[in-house]
Design a protein around this ligand. Structure first.
Ligand SMILES: Cc1cc2nc3c(=O)[nH]c(=O)nc-3n(C[C@H](O)[C@H](O)[C@H](O)COP(=O)(O)OP(=O)(O)OC[C@H]3O[C@@H](n4cnc5c(N)ncnc54)[C@H](O)[C@@H]3O)c2cc1C
Length: 427
């Protein structure tokens, strides 16, 4: 078959790899100038490794990553260090990533800590996410952890991630997925995620697949015999099957003649965008903590602070100390329009709350990344809203972050989904 894949992110490349391995004629079209999608990276002068534009790590339990790395023969380049995650409470940061650190956390009484431990254990052991999706995480956690423990331990993360408007509506299966399968050891790839994505692209090419960079798909149309015609700035071409991995909004723009009822339904899939400021500092910021969850109620202007070089050694980045300041916001949020300078101005004073010695002179470089489609929002009983891969045009398939459920979107699940949709198409 002649197959087109739209998007060279993890989902598109994983699917293209399997199509090419099965002997099909595959062309992958990517709007940007590099592969990787949201997991892509960049390299500043003097760096040996690329840095993810948006902070990224894997979990040791990410089976689809292990599997595809194995298929590509690159498994020895996966790395799983164990960095420290911390929680902010009343002006101080506390390690918060192991049963011992939870037991030691002084912010809630011992009874609440034990309760927290039992609830965590239950969520790790149960596989019944279907039942949990009927509850809102806010209500379920308030009930089982108790109000005080929930307000201190999880509410700030939920509120930061989904905003005031949505956080009380997110279902409990989403929260379950975060606890159920995650590990303390976090993963990366030798050279950075961009190197991993390039190895995957190389795998596609080695099997005879083509990858067209800087070639956005502008229009899709169902033509005679149910084939799909694809238009890019370089012309038109017809394919037996097309798989697109774009957002619901981009699907609507590229295939506007799909049935109106279908397009209306997929626009109901809500999501948030992300804004991430990357700073290269002359000195380390904190005391060795990789990930900080920051409560907005305590006046932090963003949700998470990630000191990447407490996870991966600064020696790979020419000695720079790399910090991400990230937030999830709707498309019309002021952060989506502010200049880089304005975002630095808004975010950087908070760094002094991590290290009082911090000053603007420490900043050697700044990069701002924004995307309107970063985090789908799962409401109650969300499994009823997950679209099929096959669209109303029988040879057009769609697989996006909005299809990943009950797991939280991530490169592992994008790879798994890409391979599942490829299997469905080939079957
Ligand atoms: C802030 C942030 C933090 C994250 N942290 C992690 C993490 O720690 N670990 C993890 O595993 N995952 C993380 N993720 C999620 C991860 O990046 C995504 O789950 C994954 O990239 C999704 O892969 P995808 O292929 O489905 O989509 P994408 O990566 O979005 O790829 C889609 C591709 O399609 C292209 N495209 C779209 N429209 C067109 C068109 N019309 N023509 C041609 N090309 C087009 C885009 O340019 C893009 O390259 C994070 C994401 C964000 C935003």
């Amino acid at each position: 078959m002649k197959i087109a894949v739209i998007g060279a992110g993890p989902a598109g490349l994983a699917a293209a790899f399997d199509f090419a391995r099965a002997g099909h004629d595959v062309s992958c079209y990517e709007a940007s100038g590099q592969v990787g999608g949201l997991a892509g990276g960049f390299k500043a002068e003097g760096w040996d490794w690329s840095l993810e534009k948006y902070y990224h790590h894997w979990f040791q339990s990410d089976q689809a990553i292990h599997q595809i790395a194995n298929d590509l023969g690159i498994q020895d380049k996966l790395l799983f260090p164990q960095p420290v995650t911390a929680l902010f409470h009343e002006g101080r940061f506390y390690a918060f990533d192991s049963p011992i650190s939870v037991l030691k956390f002084p912010g809630i009484p011992l009874l609440d800590r034990l309760r927290f431990g039992f609830v965590g254990l239950y969520l790790r052991l149960t596989s019944n996410w279907k039942k949990l999706e009927g509850y809102k995480a806010h209500d379920w956690l308030t009930r089982y952890l108790g109000k005080r423990a929930y307000q201190i331990l999880w509410e700030p993360m939920l509120e930061g991630k989904f905003g005031e408007k949505y956080y009380k509506q997110v279902n409990m299966a989403w929260f379950w997925a975060r606890i159920h399968a995650r590990t303390r050891c976090l993963g990366t790839y030798t050279g950075g995620f961009q190197a991993f994505m390039e190895a995957l692209a190389e795998g596609v090419r080695n099997q005879g697949g083509k990858i067209h960079l800087s070639e956005p798909v502008l229009n899709l149309e169902e033509v005679e015999g149910g084939k799909i015609q694809l238009k890019t700035p370089r012309g038109e071409e017809t394919f037996d099957r097309v798989l697109t991995t774009s957002s619901p909004q981009v699907l609507q723009k590229t295939a506007p003649t799909l049935p109106a009822q279908y397009l209306e339904k997929i626009q109901e899939l809500k999501s948030l965008g992300a804004v991430v400021l990357v700073l290269a500092l002359k000195r380390p910021l904190g005391p060795g903590i990789y990930w900080y969850n920051l409560p907005k109620k305590a006046g932090f202007p963003f949700l998470c602070l990630v000191e990447h070089t407490c996870f991966i050694s600064p020696e790979h980045y020419g000695g720079d100390h790399l910090v991400y300041c990230g937030d999830y916001v709707p498309e019309d949020h002021p952060y989506m329009k502010m200049t880089e300078e304005e975002v630095v101005e808004a975010f950087s004073p908070s760094l002094a709350r991590i290290n009082p010695d911090f000053s603007r002179e420490w900043i050697k470089g700044a990069w701002l990344f924004r995307t309107p489609y970063a985090q789908p929002i799962p409401f109650q009983n969300h499994s009823n809203n997950i679209p099929q891969f096959q669209t109303p045009w029988k040879n057009l398939y769609w697989a996006s972050m909005s299809h990943v459920y009950p797991w939280d979107r991530g490169t592992n699940f994008a790879v798994e989904m890409g391979r599942n949709v490829a299997r469905e198409i080939l079957a």
